[in-house]
Design a protein around this ligand. Structure first.
Ligand code: NAP
Ligand code: ZN
Ligand code: ZN
Length: 353
């Protein structure tokens, strides 16, 4: 049995995101049925609709930064209450038994993780549809608790942008006094500034647009560099312990490697289109200084809950512009121009409008 749900999605690569009706399963014994209140727009949604990674299965209903209210739960004695504010991030299922699942790294499930949208369910037959919709049904194990006191619209982006930035800061041991830089002040980038400065790091923003300087300071950055200005990077050579690269477009990564101090790490979060020319990396950029080049993929369910609890304790949420779903294509266009302050969040009540 299924239920029809209003949603917005794209029917083909680069097609406008438009109204459609999708089906959600009836809640099973361990499922939670959620009325979606807000859904953040991640740049990964834009890449998926554009088929930038050449793996999108259409039609696609994007959205994996979801906050909603529990409407009902299955008969299995759910840990959630009706009316409770909950979150759903990038992952909605996995095998639960492999070493990666048992370690809480469900995104690396050896049997294949089920992402929240454009992903095969564990039965390997049906596809998942994301949060640009009125409601969804999710196994309780993949549902997150939203700490009290966090504004629901501003908490939604924590479900992807929050965990994707919190995880590498923890993996690379961000601590008081560390010199941390972030490249790109968008949805992920502004969360790096808020989280790293809350951990006591001295944060520098490397941005293409001088216009974001005051906001960077408000988020906690100590320094702001407009990277297109001549000589902008001269004084920063060999400075940083950790550089977090959130740029969504192709760019040279030898340049930031030169800004690392010895044994420093450049961690890539941005996933530019497949078709883009790969950056050649000079071996010397890494060898002279024992530098490390790393990547980091979202974060598992336990670490996502840990991040949410951390944000609850520290009062950390995203800076958002709440829009009705009817403005989603304009939001995509702005994000493709790098013009976002700092996350568009869909008010999902507008799906019924
Ligand atoms: P976003 O909000 O659109 O921000 C990206 C920022 O990158 C822009 O605001 C801009 O910042 C900068 N930028 C854009 N084009 C640029 C260019 N040509 N050259 C230099 N800088 C440029 O995107 P997001 O949602 O933060 O996502 C960023 C990337 O991370 C995307 O590729 C997304 O798919 C990926 N992602 C990865 C993971 C993961 O698990 N690793 C998770 C989520 C998202 P300035 O204006 O400050 O220059
Ligand atoms: Zn995302
Ligand atoms: Zn698994």
């Amino acid at each position: 049995m299924t239920q029809k749900t209003p949603a917005y999605g794209a029917r083909a690569a680069k097609a406008p995101v438009a109204p459609m009706t999708i089906e959600r399963r009836d809640p099973g014994p361990h499922d939670v049925e959620i009325e979606i209140l807000y859904c953040g727009i991640c740049h990964s949604d834009v890449h998926k609709v554009n088929d930038d990674w050449e793996n999108t299965h259409f039609p696609v209903v994007p959205g994996h930064e979801i906050v909603g209210r529990v409407v009902s739960q299955g008969a299995g004695g759910s840990p959630f209450r009706e009316g409770e504010l909950v979150g759903v991030g990038c992952i909605v299922d996995s095998c639960r038994a492999c070493p990666e699942c048992r370690a809480g790294h469900e995104m690396f499930c050896e049997k294949g993780v089920t992402f929240t949208f454009d992903s095969l369910e564990q039965g390997k037959e049906t596809w998942t549809y994301g949060g640009y919709s009125a409601s969804m049904v999710v196994d309780e194990r993949y549902v997150l608790r939203v700490p009290k006191g966090l504004d629901p619209a501003r908490a939604a982006p924590l479900m992807c942008a929050g965990i994707t930035t919190y995880s590498p800061l923890r993996q690379f041991g961000c601590k008081p006094g560390d010199q941390v830089a972030v490249i790109g002040l968008g949805g992920l980038g502004h969360m790096v500034v808020k989280l790293a400065s809350s951990m006591g790091a001295d944060v520098t923003v490397l941005s293409t647009s001088r216009g974001k300087e005051e906001d960077a300071a408000r988020f906690g950055a100590k320094r702001f560099i407009a990277t297109k200005e001549p000589g902008a990077l001269d004084a920063l050579q060999g400075k940083f312990d950790l550089i977090v690269d959130t740029v969504s477009a192709p760019h040279d990564i030898n340049e930031p490697l030169a800004l690392l101090r010895n044994s420093g790490t450049l961690v890539l979060l941005g996933l530019p289109p497949n078709a883009a020319a790969a950056t050649p990396i000079n071996a010397g950029s890494l060898i002279f200084g024992n530098k490390r080049l790393a990547g980091s993929n979202i974060g598992g369910i336990p670490e996502t809950q840990e991040m949410l609890d951390y944000c609850g304790e520290h009062g950390i949420v995203a800076d958002v512009e709440v829009i009705p779903i009817q403005k989603v294509n304009d939001a995509y266009a702005s994000m493709q121009r790098g013009d976002v302050r700092y996350r568009f969040v869909i008010d999902c009540a507008s799906l019924g409008a």
